[in-house]
Design a protein around this ligand. Structure first.
Ligand code: ISE
Length: 341
């Protein structure tokens, strides 16, 4: 039968996950949704086959009609809700970031190690974006020679009100930190961050950041994160090898010739650009539960990206390069790690 899923949060992201699960993902159904906004939750519930509606996320997670959980509520709620899922033995897809600090994320890793099984998948959906997967496959194939440099750019159309440099790292750059680790299959040893306050963010906070990473084996990454780009939403990566490079292309919308000019549509936000990736991510998650395959990316990926993010925040504060101390990876998270259930 179809796995009954509870979705925490029915805003833009949670609403997309609920609709994807309802309309596009085989093997699952939306059994319940929760949101503090009862009207919004009720609307999504009706659109997704008449799911049950909860005001309280923990109450929904505990309900026996829910056997797996998607967390798409605000970042500060993620860690406690994931821990509740682990306590109940319920597989959970948690939107990034896994937590809002490396310490909180380590608590989740320790809970999984204690339980002896992986139940957490983290919402780094770029790992399921066909363009990113193609770049990763080329990088891993040897065709461009040893990959030695990762370049990422991540541009949001406009900055949300009241966010600061730390939010840019934990909420936005966290994707790029995971991408760099994934594409080069390596852990980060040192970070160096410089930033600019371009428009709108509070005095002295960096809405445009240039992040430089040095991996433990000496290879490098450079990432531009600009959360107030103005023109639209754009994410891209390039992996530079010793013999060649592989990079994502601009979105494949039509190129329009008109009035002696060329135009191509730029996405407005991540829901536009990555809808296919979110659908594949959810389908793979459901199949990992059904098929007993380990979820990926897992809580270790969620933790390791936050350890690097913590060093980035330290570098912003100090103005200097900062070292990254990633502890020994528990055996549970080695490649053949334990299955979801
Ligand atoms: C947002 O939460 C996302 O996850 C998007 O993918 C990212 O581009 C954006 O910066 C985040 O705020």
């Amino acid at each position: 039968g179809r796995i009954p899923v509870g979705v925490v949060g029915t805003g833009g992201m949670g609403g997309m996950h609920a609709h994807c699960l309802h309309r596009k993902v085989a093997g699952a159904r939306v059994a319940a949704v929760s949101d503090v906004d009862a009207d919004r939750a009720g609307k999504v519930a009706r659109e997704c086959g008449g799911a049950a509606v909860f005001g309280d996320a923990v109450e929904m997670i505990r309900d026996e009609r829910v056997e797996a959980v998607v967390i798409a509520s605000p970042d500060p709620t993620h860690a406690e809700l994931v821990l509740e899922c682990l306590r109940l033995g319920k597989p959970v897809l948690c939107e990034k970031p896994l937590a809002t600090s490396p310490e909180e994320a380590l608590g989740i890793v320790e809970a999984e190690v204690e339980a002896g099984q992986k139940l957490v998948q983290v919402g780094f959906m770029r790992r399921y974006d066909p363009q990113h997967v193609d770049v990763k496959n080329v990088a891993a194939s040897g065709d461009i020679g040893e990959p030695v440099l990762f370049k990422g750019w991540h541009r949001n159309a406009q900055i949300p009100p009241g966010v600061d440099s730390e939010w840019v790292v934990i909420n936005a750059a966290i994707h790029d930190l995971d991408s760099a680790r994934w594409m080069l299959d390596a852990e980060v040893e040192e970070v160096f961050v410089r930033g600019l306050n371009t428009t709108g963010s509070p005095e002295g906070e960096f809405d445009l950041q240039l992040i430089q990473l040095t991996f433990a084996d000496g290879r490098l990454a450079t990432i531009e994160v600009n959360v107030d780009a103005g023109f639209g939403y754009e994410v891209g990566v390039e992996v530079v090898g010793v013999n060649g490079t592989a990079h994502t292309a601009p979105p494949s919308g039509a190129t329009v010739r008109l009035n002696r000019g060329f135009t191509q549509k730029v996405d407005g936000d991540w829901l536009d650009r990555f809808e296919p990736a979110y659908t594949i991510e959810l389908q793979e998650w459901v199949e990992s539960i059904d098929g007993g395959r380990p979820p990926t990316p897992d809580a270790w990926d969620g933790y390791a990206s936050l350890v690097v993010a913590g060093a980035c925040i330290a570098s912003i504060r100090s103005g200097n390069p900062e070292g990254v101390a990633v502890p020994e990876k528990p055996a549970l998270y080695e490649k053949e790690g334990s299955v979801a259930r």
